[in-house]
Design a protein around this ligand. Structure first.
Ligand SMILES: O=C(O)CCCC[C@@H]1SC[C@@H]2NC(=O)N[C@@H]21
Length: 247
């Protein structure tokens, strides 16, 4: 069932649903989903492009938020848990799914979805956030399109053999997101941290985190209560706020 209080608009073609979010936010009074059936200038994290083979999901939730910025940023965990639940709902399986810090969703070890949070500033006396989600439902970009060392892109179709339209996926995701959002607002990150950790890829394994300035290799111990990646390295415990992670 479509969640109460959330609006929805579906666009045949859009440059980027996150860019569209910035355009429409001044006229909004509550949360609104934007679905782009074709997205021609999708944006990924760290300024990378996000390509969208036909039939994939490109959606952005435009959300009013009321917490300090470091808490608002924890919506990436809310969104990744919602994506995970949506995948379980459409495939009936959880055995091949995992979450990669900070906010990728993996199927059989390949990247099937990514999340891009962008602040939209203040409108109508409220702060707004764009939560952009790209999901490879039908096809994955060519492996040559991702940076060296990044996980191979995969699609739900190739890994699970499940065919889902973007509209069908939006219905499932919107409902999963609304549930996770309500839990986050009621209980804070403490209310979902264990759920996220129990779905985490490579917890307890040695991983590498690159921050742009530094590279840390160590055992992935946990995610702390501020959402930082905690690694046990040869030189001690490191809590890392933002990085790309390599397995
Ligand atoms: O780099 C990543 O992993 C994040 C990718 C986020 C892509 C989605 S697609 C829908 C929304 N609109 C955009 O332009 N980007 C996000």
């Amino acid at each position: 069932m479509w969640p109460e209080g959330y609006g929805r608009r579906v666009l045949a073609e859009v440059d980027s649903t996150n860019a569209e979010a910035a355009r429409i936010v001044p006229g909004l009074t509550g949360p609104e989903w934007i679905l782009g059936l074709t997205q021609v200038a999708g944006r990924g994290r760290r300024g990378r492009p996000w390509t969208m083979p036909a039939g994939n999901f490109a959606g952005t939730l435009v959300l009013p938020v009321s917490e300090p910025p470091q808490v608002v940023a924890l919506r990436s965990f809310v969104a990744s848990l919602a994506l995970y639940e949506a995948f379980v709902a459409v495939t009936g399986r959880s055995d091949m799914l995992a979450l990669k810090w900070p906010n990728d969703v993996l199927v059989n070890g390949g990247k099937v979805a990514g999340i891009l949070l962008e602040s939209l500033g203040r409108h109508g006396g409220r702060d707004w956030l764009a939560i952009g989600m790209g999901v490879n439902l039908a096809g994955a970009p060519d492996v040559g399109e991702v940076e060296p060392g990044a996980l191979r892109p995969v699609s739900l179709m190739s890994e699970a053999g499940v065919r889902v339209t973007p509209e069908e996926f939006l219905a499932v995701l919107a409902s999963a997101y609304a549930w996770e959002e309500a839990r986050f607002v009621a209980l804070g990150f403490a209310g979902l941290r264990d759920a996220w950790l129990s779905r985490a890829a490579r917890l307890g394994a040695v991983i590498t985190a690159r921050t742009g300035r530094h590279e840390f290799t160590g055992t992935f111990e946990t995610v702390d209560d501020a959402g930082n990646l905690v690694l046990r390295t040869a030189s001690g415990r490191q809590a890392i706020a933002a990085a790309d992670v390599f397995f």
